[in-house]
Write a protein that binds this ligand. Structure first.
Ligand code: FES
Length: 101
């Protein structure tokens, strides 16, 4: 579904739920996770419905993950960083989850 146009460049290592993942440097975290096949990004706290990025520009809030212990981070709005620790929600509430949408 998502494929890098250049396919190369520097790599960085991030931790996703305890799994070491190599990603391209300098790209948004959401893109890095999608390229790594990480989907869904979270599940809603009430119904457990899977969610994944929709807009990739900070509008839909469907890309929220926990980054370095901070929950509710919009993955499309931050750049991936070497050593970053990402936690994908498994149904627990994230900061900013005020509705089961
Ligand atoms: S993908 Fe829509 S806010 Fe991040």
């Amino acid at each position: 579904m998502f494929r890098a146009l250049d396919g190369g460049g520097a790599k960085q290592s991030i931790d996703v739920d305890g799994r070491r993942v190599q990603v391209r440097a300098g790209i948004p975290l959401a893109i890095a996770l999608l390229e790594a096949g990480v989907i869904p990004f979270r599940k809603t706290p009430v119904s457990g419905e899977p969610r994944a990025p929709v807009c990739l520009m900070g509008v839909c809030f469907e890309c929220r993950v926990a980054v370095d212990g901070r929950s509710g981070v919009q993955a499309c709005m931050i750049e991936v960083a070497d050593g970053m620790s990402v936690r994908i929600s498994s149904g627990d509430a994230l900061a900013g989850d005020d509705a089961d949408v």
